[in-house]
Design a protein around this ligand. Structure first.
Ligand SMILES: NC(=O)C1=CN([C@@H]2O[C@H](COP(=O)(O)OP(=O)(O)OC[C@H]3O[C@@H](n4cnc5c(N)ncnc54)[C@H](O)[C@@H]3O)[C@@H](O)[C@H]2O)C=CC1
Ligand SMILES: O=C(O)CCC(=O)C(=O)O
Length: 429
């Protein structure tokens, strides 16, 4: 499974300095030698098919007109319509959304969903705006990107700081503009609007399933295993709860408000409630606060980054003492950190497999909306579990065959599927 570190970029072109898009390009460079004849199409993967920047002018509650910048990027649609979430965050940039869209292409293909990759975002700190303002921002954004989205073109979903309510506003705005209710234009909607049971916790559940498989491969029992989680929102919060419910000990959690630690294991149900009421984990009872550098250096069986990109990088990778990293976030580990961790014997379950549970249940939601026939939560969870296990097992087998990391293996599977579709669609698609 171990891979020799490779450094294809010249030293003056540091992928960490290039941000998430640079990290993605380096990952593509690393997989190219394994793509055989299909490698001749690899340039397709190195640029987005389409990128839209939109201006979102809205009237704030105080009467002032404010302008926000929004994006929707469709990285690749060779295998099906674009698919991917919408992020609201003060640091969102076009280059970041390009990387997030590209990881969606690889992810959808790696788990064999009939989708391409897309992503959207608005640069704003949603915590600074009222619910009414967020509704106006979301509706204007949806109208502006309405020219390129649609149930057969590109289907948005929730990501950081967006949720089922955001998707309901998007679905309603798109439907108003189209002149008819169009449930299939977004996924992650409320169940009362054609959303799927199980979607809210699907990504965290996928992280749990792939983490459990990886632990099994490494001979680690979940009962009593130590787990450290960065990000305590939809993905990190759910994953922490599922590991906790299987007897694992969540010893530390970090979110944007701080880090909390308890060597005997945090009471995850109480912490979830505290974070809901206080907007974050900082100051939770029966916890000690901890410096971020100490957080990363904690000795643990599993480490789950479930916040933002490039959190595990050349600066902190050397101090990490986890046996397994399960990537709930997109792009949390830079290529340099990958090399350092691999040389330390850490097994990394990459984002494009580990967090694919969300888009997998989004796929179920899309199928249910088209057929107007809805499945039970037990059916959803059962199908999700079997697809996540199959993806993990297939990726592990490819990693063993080529003697590469799970990330390179997942990229081999995903990129080959995308490029094969690209090839058979013909020379002038
Ligand atoms: N929601 C979904 O279905 C999916 C999400 N993801 C990825 O998972 C990650 C988390 O997404 P969600 O849980 O949906 O978002 P969320 O908005 O529900 O939660 C984000 C969490 O990250 C924390 N956070 C933000 N900035 C941080 C910082 N600088 N340091 C530490 N913690 C910080 C927040 O406090 C919050 O707990 C993102 O990378 C997202 O792209 C991946 C697949 C699907
Ligand atoms: O559910 C979806 O369609 C996409 C979720 C997402 O944005 C992701 O997997 O990163």
């Amino acid at each position: 499974m171990a891979q020799q570190p490779v450094h294809r970029l010249p030293s003056y072109l540091n992928p960490e300095a290039l941000g998430p898009w640079g990290v993605y390009l380096e990952q593509v460079d690393r997989v190219t030698p394994y793509l055989g004849e299909l490698g001749k199409w690899v340039e397709t993967l190195k640029r987005p098919k389409r990128a839209l920047i939109v201006d979102i002018p809205i009237k704030l509650d105080n009467g002032v007109i404010a302008h926000f910048e929004g994006y929707r990027v469709q990285h690749n649609t060779s295998r099906g319509p674009g698919k991917g979430g919408v992020r609201y965050h003060q640091d969102v940039t076009l280059a970041e959304v390009m990387a997030l869209a590209a990881w969606m292409s690889v992810k959808s293909a790696a788990v064999n969903l009939p989708f391409g990759g897309a992503k959207g975002g608005i640069r704003l700190d949603p915590h600074q705006y009222s619910l009414d303002e967020l509704e106006r921002i979301t509706r204007r954004y949806t109208s502006e990107i309405g020219v390129i989205i649609g149930p057969n073109k590109d289907i948005p979903a929730p990501d950081v700081n967006t949720n089922a309510q955001t998707m309901a506003w998007m679905m309603d705005t798109y439907s108003m503009n189209e002149g008819g209710t169009t449930t299939g234009v977004v996924t992650g909607k409320p169940v009362s609007l054609g959303g799927s049971l199980g979607r809210v916790e699907a990504t965290g559940r996928g992280v749990f399933v792939t983490g459990r498989e990886a632990a099994h491969d490494c001979g680690i029992a979940l009962e009593g295993a130590r787990v450290v989680v960065q990000g305590f929102g939809n993905v990190g919060g759910t994953a922490a709860r599922l590991f906790h419910e299987q007897g694992a000990k969540i010893i530390a959690v970090q979110d944007h408000t701080g880090c909390v630690h308890n060597a005997n294991g945090l009471d995850i149900h109480a912490l979830l409630q505290y974070a809901e009421e206080h907007g974050g984990v900082a100051g939770a009872p029966e916890t000690e606060s901890m410096a971020p550098s100490d957080f990363w250096a904690l000795e643990t069986e599993l480490l789950i980054p479930a916040a933002l990109e490039s959190q595990i990088n050349a600066d902190n990778a050397g101090s990490i003492q986890a046996r397994i990293i399960v990537e709930g976030a997109n792009g949390p580990t830079t290529p340099q950190a990958d090399d350092i961790l691999t040389s330390q014997g850490v097994l990394i379950v990459p984002d494009v497999i580990a967090n694919a549970g969300g888009v997998t249940v989004s796929y179920f939601e899309w199928v249910q909306d088209f057929s107007s026939f809805y499945w039970t939560e037990t059916e959803i969870n059962h199908r999700l579990e079997s697809m996540m296990r199959a993806a993990y097992t297939a990726t592990s087998a490819v990693a063993k065959t080529h003697k590469v990391t799970l990330r390179t293996a997942a990229f081999i599977v995903g990129c080959a599927r995308i490029l094969e579709a690209r090839q058979v669609r013909g020379l002038y698609p």
